[in-house]
Design a protein. Structure first.
Length: 115
């Protein structure tokens, strides 16, 4: 009865174990090679991972995510636009105005001013 579920777990475990084994056998053996160092956009690391970032960095990131996700709310509106065009157009205008108020607020607060 549960044999299919057992076979799936066995296959997943086998694939995972094989991936680790092949990586250990074929992967690099030395950990101090210059070619193995992490880099960001081709630039070598200048500090440790414990470096503190300014709050501004996180604010810009969060605002990007918020405004990016908000645009996804236009998709259902576009799909059902023929059902009630006047009502949905008014709803879209209200939505854009609310977003514009938030955008003007963050502009006035200076969140997007790059320092």
């Amino acid at each position: 009865m549960y044999s299919h579920l057992l076979m799936m777990f066995l296959a997943a475990g086998t694939i995972g174990a094989l991936a680790l084994l092949v990586g250990a056998l074929l992967g690099p053996k030395k950990g101090h090679d210059v070619k193995l160092e992490a880099y960001e956009s081709g630039n070598p690391i200048e500090s440790t991972a414990r470096e503190r970032f300014p709050v501004h960095f996180y604010l810009v990131g969060m605002l990007f995510i918020i405004f990016d996700i908000e645009t996804a709310f236009f998709y259902p509106l576009a799909v059902k636009f023929n059902a009630a065009p006047q009502f949905l157009f008014v709803q879209a205008i209200i939505f854009v105005l609310i977003l514009a108020v938030g955008y003007v607020y963050i502009l006035r607060k200076g969140v997007l001013d790059w320092r």
